[in-house]
Design a protein around this ligand. Structure first.
Ligand code: HPA
Length: 246
């Protein structure tokens, strides 16, 4: 049985190197996940794949059913989750096409269903979230980046915004002052829900664009798509390199 899952974000709605064995629509107490879970193998290693924004990339970040997605993976017996996510680069070293393996998060999202611990509780529960990502998996991702020679930044702070609009230049200046080095719309509550269900969860972020006010002119979808298709080739290399050693 697969113990490793990949959650694919913008630019990774399918995984070409995955030899698909079957698709499964998982039911959860929180409703349906974004898409059927795809079971398969990469280089002989069993893995499951879930498209965060749906198979046709139609679910915007604030409408993703994060609770159903993470619950579905946990119920399939998954222990480790690699969350691939497109982001904007705030720090100078996070240029388009670069991979970032963040170690911190600041949550700026609002109004999302963000916990499993709210009803029918035996007692109020607070998870430790000092270090929001699984450090062992984070190090394996960094090792895989080094072995494959892909351009990467082995640290960072992911600022999670509500979207679906991009940020203003002033919001990005404030986020930079807060310590954020990348900005994305899906990092939370996904990471916290994974921790609540005791999954080992880390993020492999792909920089699609310089964040608002950090590059020249407006951010266009065309530029984002170009950088993402380059970055996703790096993601594929890293995924192929990491799976045999996890
Ligand atoms: N901001 C938020 N989310 C993003 C961005 C951005 O600039 N680029 C890709 N996802």
């Amino acid at each position: 049985m697969a113990e490793i899952a990949l959650i694919g974000g913008t630019g990774l709605s399918s995984l070409k190197m995955l030899e698909v064995t079957h698709r499964e629509m998982v039911q959860t107490p929180y409703g349906p996940p974004s898409a059927p879970v795809i079971h398969g193998r990469v280089g002989g290693r069993e893995v499951v794949f879930l498209a965060r924004h749906g198979s046709g990339h139609t679910i915007p970040p604030h409408k993703v059913n994060y609770r159903a997605n993470i619950w579905a993976l946990k119920n399939l017996g998954i222990r480790k989750v690699i969350a691939v996510a497109a982001v904007g680069g705030i720090s100078d070293d996070a240029g388009p096409g670069t991979l970032v393996v963040p170690e911190q998060i600041i949550d700026y999202t609002t109004g999302r269903e963000c916990t499993y611990f709210e009803n029918n509780l035996a007692s109020v529960t607070h998870i430790d979230f000092t270090w929001p990502y699984c450090e062992e998996l984070r190090q394996s991702l960094i090792d895989a980046c080094i072995r494959t020679g892909v351009e990467h930044v082995p640290h960072g702070c992911y600022g999670a915004t509500q979207g679906p609009r991009l940020e203003t230049a002033a919001e990005i200046r404030r986020m930079a002052q807060d310590g954020c080095t990348i900005v994305g719309m899906t990092g939370m509550p996904e990471a916290a829900l994974a921790r609540e269900l005791e999954l080992c969860y880390s993020c492999l972020a792909v920089v699609a664009n310089r964040a608002a006010g950090k590059g020249e002119g407006e951010i266009t979808m065309k530029d984002i798509e170009r950088a993402l298709s380059e970055g996703m080739q790096s993601v594929r290399k890293v995924v192929e390199a990491i799976l045999p050693v996890l």
